[in-house]
Design a protein around this ligand. Structure first.
Ligand SMILES: [Zn+2]
Length: 453
């Protein structure tokens, strides 16, 4: 009986694997090896959510893996889903977050002040009519459709014009065909034409920092890295609290969502037009500035300042958000979000848990044997320590280096748990991801490379 059960389990696992992989001929049956970019406006507040189509673009080759057309990470506030219009078959899906969503959780949005954001999603270019559907999560994190439209390659019009302006592309690392690699675009922001030499040094430094850390280091041969440089008229970026506004390539700005250190891209069309010059799965915007600041939006972009003393931390931390959808593991910080996850709901992110069922921890298979769940740590003592003494305290903890479930994560000091005592998603004391975050990043790398999970 035991053996029968094992065989049945093996078949079940094989079945799951087959589900995750798409046969190579399936891609070419439904898609051309080109990219369809859908630009739209997203308007609303906490309660309303209106999407209107802007433009359709036909861009270069598809950067993703033709073998992984379905996003099974179940992460992000939104999902784009592509259905064959005739048969209704789901052909492609991808989860993501957006600047609009972050705005929708802030006080002004809760008070009913509406704002409009320009957004873009990219999908493989369909051969036949498709139904393009955007889904958003409700308060219990179930996905529901918020926008649906048929797109027909025979009837609709697709802009193929390269965007105006000079964009220089540098191949910083070339490992293989875009279908088989993670294609990462490093976008220069606030660099003038005369800053080219500094930019080349900054590109090289960013590359070296990223690939000095796991799991990027051991997966270096699976990345293509492109430097994308549209010269800015002025150096730096906007700093609204100091009244400084600069004319730059993608209009990045501090004080996003009225948080001084939050640095995001304010001109989505400019960013997307620059990115359209390269096949890319992920983008990092490198800002020519020395102040501490950054941001990361899942499956959109990460932003960091090149000359901050904390530049390496900022890039690795924000890329954790944008590339793998990792949550912040810290719990004491000024954020403008409210009610990030309602009580009694398990968050989607792979590195935090509400621990609603201690027997079903989402990283159960990675827990260090013999570790109690939840895992005790001297949290009250840690909270009382001055910031300068906190790193040393974490180094001494009895459960240092162990995977368990430590209370205090995702802006909540209680009721939310993180996998390790320390991690780059928790503190600036380390530049390393904890084992659970590392594993989550590695799974995304495998997704874009078409490697079985
Ligand atoms: Zn972590």
């Amino acid at each position: 009986m035991k053996r029968m059960a094992a065989v049945a389990l093996a078949i079940l696992i094989a079945g799951f694997r087959l589900c995750a992989q798409t046969a190579p001929e399936e891609f070419s049956r439904h898609f051309m090896d080109r990219t369809l970019r859908v630009d739209y406006y997203h308007t609303g507040d906490r309660r309303t959510d209106t999407i209107t189509l802007d433009r359709l673009y036909k861009e270069g080759i598809w950067a993703g893996s033709p073998l992984h057309l379905h996003d099974e990470f179940n992460n992000g506030q939104y999902y784009v889903k592509i259905y064959d219009a005739a048969s209704g078959e789901l052909l492609f899906s991808r989860g993501f977050n957006s600047y609009f969503y972050e705005y929708s959780t802030t006080d002004p949005a809760i008070q009913g002040r509406q704002r409009t954001f320009h957004e873009s999603v990219r999908i493989p270019f369909p051969r036949r009519a498709i139904r393009f559907v955007l889904e958003s999560r409700d308060r219990t994190l179930n996905l529901r459709p918020v926008f649906s439209r048929e797109i027909d390659p025979q009837k609709d019009y697709f802009d193929t014009t390269p965007p105006a302006g000079i964009v220089h592309v540098t191949r910083l690392m070339q490992s293989g065909h875009p279908h088989d690699c993670v294609d990462l675009a490093l976008v220069a922001e606030g660099y003038r034409r005369e800053d080219r030499e500094k930019l080349d040094r900054d590109f090289a430094r960013a590359r070296d920092v990223l690939f000095s850390r796991e799991p990027y280091r051991s997966n270096r041969g699976r990345f293509n890295l492109y430097g994308v440089f549209a010269p800015s008229r002025e150096a730096g970026c906007d700093e609204p609290r100091s009244g400084k506004y600069r004319d730059t390539a993608v209009e990045s700005s501090f004080n996003a969502l009225n948080l001084d250190r939050y640095l995001l891209v304010e001109s989505n069309p400019r960013l997307q037009n620059n990115l359209s010059r390269v096949p890319f799965d992920a983008a990092i915007v490198m800002v020519n500035h020395d102040r501490y600041g950054g941001g990361g939006i899942y499956n959109q972009f990460a932003v960091f300042t090149a000359d901050s003393p904390a530049s390496a931390y900022l890039m690795l931390h924000e890329f954790g958000h944008s590339f793998a959808g990792l949550a912040d593991e810290y719990y004491s910080s000024q954020v403008s979000y409210n009610e990030f996850v309602p009580p009694g709901v398990e968050p989607m992110e792979p590195n935090v848990t509400a621990l609603l069922d201690a027997g079903k921890l989402k990283w159960q298979e990675m827990v260090t044997p013999g570790t109690p769940i939840p895992t005790p740590w001297e949290k009250d003592h840690f909270d009382r320590l001055p910031a300068a003494q906190r790193a040393a305290h974490l180094q001494k903890d009895a459960y240092r280096g162990v995977v368990g479930a430590f209370e205090g994560a995702m802006y909540a000091s209680s009721g939310m748990y993180r996998p390790a005592i320390d991690c780059i998603m928790f503190s600036r004391h380390t530049l390393d991801y904890c084992p659970v975050c590392r594993n989550a990043v590695e799974r995304v790398i495998r997704h874009y490379c078409g490697i079985d999970q």
